[in-house]
Design a protein around this ligand. Sequence first.
Ligand code: MN3
Length: 196
Amino acid sequence: MHVLPPLPYDYSALEPYIDTKTMEIHHTKHHQSYINNLNTIFETHRELEEKSLDELLISLDLIAELEVREIVKNNAGGHWNHTFFWGLLDANGQKMPSGELLMEIERTFESFENFKYKFKDVALKRFGSGWAWLVRDKDGKIEVYSTANQDCPISEGKTPLIGLDVWEHAYYLKYQNRRGEYIDAFWNILDWSKVN
Ligand code: MN3
């Protein structure tokens, strides 16, 4: 059985970039519901409960029943993605990557500004609900891409370095339809020391 991990900061800690109400609903309702759904499927599929979240997501193919696989993908993914996302945020964190990672970003995307531009582009183009990511792929290269719904990059053999929730529930109260402003605000609360 999984339980909702407490946030490492107050619901108001990311103001004004993400408002208190959004953080509270996002954590206690949305994130909690992925955990509840996962626990519910464990009741009828005990063999799944023995596996860690990572094991479930890395080997979704091992779940033969398609309906169950879909439930696990969405809800184990939802739990993983949100836990990862909360852990990246800090309004007083490091605002720039440094060292090896900065050099790698500059090599791959030409400049840090260009990386942010690319990330925003990918996040804006994700139609409907999903996530924007900076990941390290199987060959060790970094890349920016997005996933639909709660699909988690580890299911595709990629290791997330940064993830941004672009579901409307993540920003609608404050930004309404202005996803771009929410993406811009993200750079003020992403703590690069956590990414490093
Ligand atoms: Mn969310």
